[in-house]
Design a protein around this ligand. Structure first.
Ligand code: IPE
Ligand code: IPE
Ligand code: MG
Length: 264
């Protein structure tokens, strides 16, 4: 069921015009609400509309993986009321959206330390994942109680338990399959809305060679046009993965089958 993981530091992934995997830190909900003299939770509610729009936009653009940071392992530090609103919003979303996601061919995955959630929420997550497991239009990953450091540590612990005999010789190929998102290729494009230029403990391992795009726009205002601006920026990048520009030109020639021969 899970796809074989290839680390970008071991093998260079195919680079297309359209990113295959887009990962987003959805930030700025609170500020969106504050600007309108609304409670912060109104911003979170509005942010859900953007999530719906992005799922549709990714499907229509042929993007295969969309990963959204919904709740970080540090977000428990927020006021209790806001945390419980976010968790209940997640429950309501799972209840009301799974049918639509399924009908649109979306495979849902939720990654993070789910042990902190109440059993009812975990059951809804597992049901939603099971119901959509065979869909292939888009893999939508929601990172909930997720932290990049948590992910690296849980992978390390699983690897150590699975292969104690190899301790001291673990390599990337041993480690990476234990990461929470081992079923997905690494993100090609990382987007953060809301103006901050930091990772905030998102996918630390997997962003090693992603292209970064930061925008001041707030998440509830993010739309298809804004996504296309990010993709345009992505298209202008030269993804070298450690190589030189000249090498890229050569490999393009070699793989495109248009190596120049005699004019005759
Ligand atoms: C992102 O928006 C949503 C979550 C972190 C759950 P914020 O709530 O962080 O919005 P700002 O950054 O306060 O504007
Ligand atoms: C990152 O946003 C987490 C999510 C979007 C879920 P935050 O708003 O929590 O990040 P910081 O605290 O500004 O770094
Ligand atoms: Mg924020």
């Amino acid at each position: 069921m899970s796809r074989r993981y290839t680390s970008s530091t071991q093998a260079i992934p195919p680079v297309g015009d359209m990113p295959n995997h887009v990962a987003i830190i959805m930030d700025g909900n609170g500020r969106w609400a504050k600007k309108r003299f609304l409670p912060r939770i109104a911003g979170h509610q509005r942010g859900v509309e953007t999530v719906r729009a992005m799922v549709k936009a990714c499907i229509s653009r042929g993007i295969n993986y969309l990963t959204l940071f919904a709740f970080s392992s540090e977000n428990w530090r927020r006021p209790v009321d806001e945390v419980s609103f976010l968790l209940s919003l997640f429950v309501r979303m799972l209840q009301s959206e799974i049918g639509k996601l399924d009908a649109n061919g979306v495979r849902l995955k939720v990654v993070g330390d789910l042990s902190a959630f109440e059993p009812r929420l975990v059951a809804l997550i597992r049901e939603g994942e099971a119901r959509t497991a065979n869909n292939s239009a888009l893999t939508l990953t929601i990172c909930a109680n997720y932290g990049g450091r948590w992910d690296i540590l849980q992978a390390t612990n699983h690897l150590a338990l699975a292969h104690p005999e190899k301790a001291g010789t673990y390599g990337e190929a041993d480690f990476a399959p234990h990461l929470a998102m081992a079923y997905a290729p690494e993100p090609d494009l990382f987007i953060r809305t809301g103006g901050e230029q930091r990772i905030s403990n998102f996918l630390l391992w997997q962003l090693a060679y992603s292209e970064f795009y930061f925008t001041d726009g707030l998440w509830p205002d993010f739309d298809e046009l804004a996504l296309d601006s990010a993709i345009d920026s992505y298209r202008r990048r030269e993804r070298r993965f450690g190589r030189t520009s000249e090498q890229l030109g050569m490999s393009a020639q070699a793989t495109s089958g248009t190596v120049k021969t005699d004019d005759a």
